[in-house]
Design a protein around this ligand. Structure first.
Ligand SMILES: [Zn+2]
Length: 204
């Protein structure tokens, strides 16, 4: 009995210490949007569901890379997303953080994730699904748009940006190489370009 109790306590402690738990709650697991946790759901008219989410990824300042945990404010942003067992309306309680790095000229910054980069209004998985529907399945942009319940220009924009992410490397001419002195000295975290995960940099 004592062994079982100790085991349960250790699992509870683990859960407390792991914000991105490998065993998320049921709604988060079913919704399955990487780096987001479901905080609430509402059923709207016509059975449409509103899913409220918060980001779980660490927020790094885009100017200096330093991770911040001090929240300045929150605002709701609607996101277009793929249908999840029917159409959904996603509302992200997006946080603005203070940058506490005293050398950094940026006072605050808004969080972003790999799924929803800066200025995006739709999830990456929706944009990828639209591109796959048109390029992979040979469906017309308008048909893909109506089946996902989005406008044709969102499909067109997803196609345009997919084309832009596949540049001809031989045609690329870097104009500038190097890194800003201030940024070099103050970065303590960096984002792995392959995994989009924040990593701690060795301080030198
Ligand atoms: Zn900063």
């Amino acid at each position: 009995m004592d062994v079982l109790y100790a085991f349960i306590k250790s699992q509870e402690l683990r859960a407390l210490n792991e914000p991105t738990s490998p065993r998320p709650d049921a709604a988060t697991a079913i919704f399955n949007l990487p780096d987001y946790r479901v905080t609430g759901t509402e059923v709207l008219a016509f059975g449409q569901r509103r899913i409220r989410v918060v980001a779980t990824a660490e927020a790094g300042c885009p100017s200096c890379g330093v991770i911040s945990t001090r929240v300045h404010s929150r605002r709701s942003q609607r996101l277009r997303d793929i249908p999840v067992a029917g159409p959904v309306e996603v509302v992200w309680a997006k946080r603005r953080f203070f940058c506490d790095e005293y050398l950094c000229p940026r006072r605050t910054f808004t969080e972003e994730t790999a799924e929803v980069p800066r200025r995006a209004r739709s999830t990456r998985r929706l944009r990828e699904a639209l591109v796959a529907a048109v390029i992979g399945s040979g469906r017309a942009a308008a048909e893909a748009a109506s089946s996902f319940g989005v406008s044709w220009w969102l499909v067109q924009r997803a196609l345009d940006s997919a084309a832009l992410t596949l540049p001809d490397v031989d045609a690329l001419a870097p104009r500038m190489l190097g890194i800003d002195e201030h940024r070099y000295r103050s970065v303590r975290f960096f984002r792995d370009p392959a995994t989009k995960a924040w990593k701690r940099a060795l301080r030198g």
